[in-house]
Design a protein around this ligand. Sequence first.
Ligand SMILES: [Fe+2]
Length: 150
Amino acid sequence: MPTMNRRTFLSTSTALTSTAVALLVQPALVKGEHKKLSSNALWGTLIFTAENPGRYSSKAKGHLPTVTVFDTPQGKTIRVETSHEMNSYQHYIVKHQLFDQHLQLIGEHMFNPKVESQPVSLFTLEDYSGPLYAISLCNKHDAWLTQTTV
Ligand SMILES: [Fe+2]
């Protein structure tokens, strides 16, 4: 089996999670609906949620990102946290991504498990309200999605 270096893994994982979120969200956007997404065939197979943890049902607690919103003078601060270990490059959270209702990437934070002991990231929204999609990507247990609305 060919090996995959870290750069290839990260670029591939970014493309996969972006595509997965697009496939999940697009039907709702076509209908002009921006409400909480409902289940489809990709939930629990390609991307995991609290309601659809699929083959990782025992892993949900440690992989679902928790999203907290704070009002600040600059706008809203979005705090994304995953209660997951950061065991060097053996098992860790690779990144957090935050998407808006149009699937535009608001931001992402790449983690260095040799430096960061907790997967926590902060994003600032200056003038946005609507659905947010937070992704937490584990190097062993794939992509996990939490939805919220600001
Ligand atoms: Fe994991």
